[in-house]
Ligand binder design. Structure first.
Ligand SMILES: Nc1nc2c(ncn2[C@@H]2O[C@H](COP(=O)(O)OP(=O)(O)OP(=O)(O)O)[C@@H](O)[C@H]2O)c(=O)[nH]1
Ligand SMILES: [Mg+2]
Length: 164
């Protein structure tokens, strides 16, 4: 019997960000394969986070896994990881070996820059800034102000790129 341990796809992208921001949703939207999810019921956590615009009842407690077909025969693995600090071990496992990190931020939160900065500090510590892109969820297409502030942040912080 041949046992293969580990990831055979060379490029992996990790989606990170606060609880409920949309990491699992993003992986599901992008994946060309059925997404494997590890979810547990989290009613209290959802109530405390005051996520008004969602019918969400669960939270990711391991990671989401999907695959995106870049080209014929060329795939990228997509990982959605939990946002809560208590799952830091999952971050530490996936962040060092991935090719790209997408930080998802609530674009409808007026304190989104503070949220971004909190995550940038964490991701600096994890040595992941050079492969980081920031993506805002929940913003209307025409919210040019939020979008341009985010672009400035990208330039100031020397990030890999900003994705919307
Ligand atoms: N309006 C809006 N809703 C969104 C957007 N992205 C995600 N959502 C909704 O917000 C909720 C996010 O849920 P998840 O995708 O489970 O969030 P998550 O970041 O994986 O959450 P945890 O794993 O629990 O940290 C879902 O109900 C989505 O439908 C967006 O861009 N706009
Ligand atoms: Mg999730």
């Amino acid at each position: 019997m041949k046992i293969i341990v580990g990831q055979k796809i060379p490029h992996q992208v990790v989606f990170i960000g606060s609880f409920g921001v949309g990491k699992t949703t993003a992986v599901q939207a992008l994946s060309d394969t059925e997404v494997i999810t590890m979810e547990a019921t989290a009613v209290l956590e959802i109530k405390n986070a005051k996520l008004m615009d969602t019918k969400k009842t669960t939270t990711t407690i391991g990671f989401d896994y999907g695959e995106f077909d870049v080209d014929v025969g060329e795939k990228v693995s997509l990982y959605g990881i939990p946002g809560q600090m208590r799952f830091e071990k999952v971050w530490d496992n996936l962040l060092p070996r991935c090719s790209g990190v997408v930080l998802l931020v609530f674009g409808n939160n007026k304190n989104y820059l503070q949220e971004c900065e909190k995550w940038l500090k964490i991701l600096k510590r994890k040595d992941s800034i050079k492969k980081l892109a920031v993506a805002l969820t929940r913003i209307p297409d025409d919210d040019e102000e939020t979008i341009s502030v985010c672009r400035e942040l990208q330039l100031n912080q020397n990030l890999f790129g900003t994705i919307l």
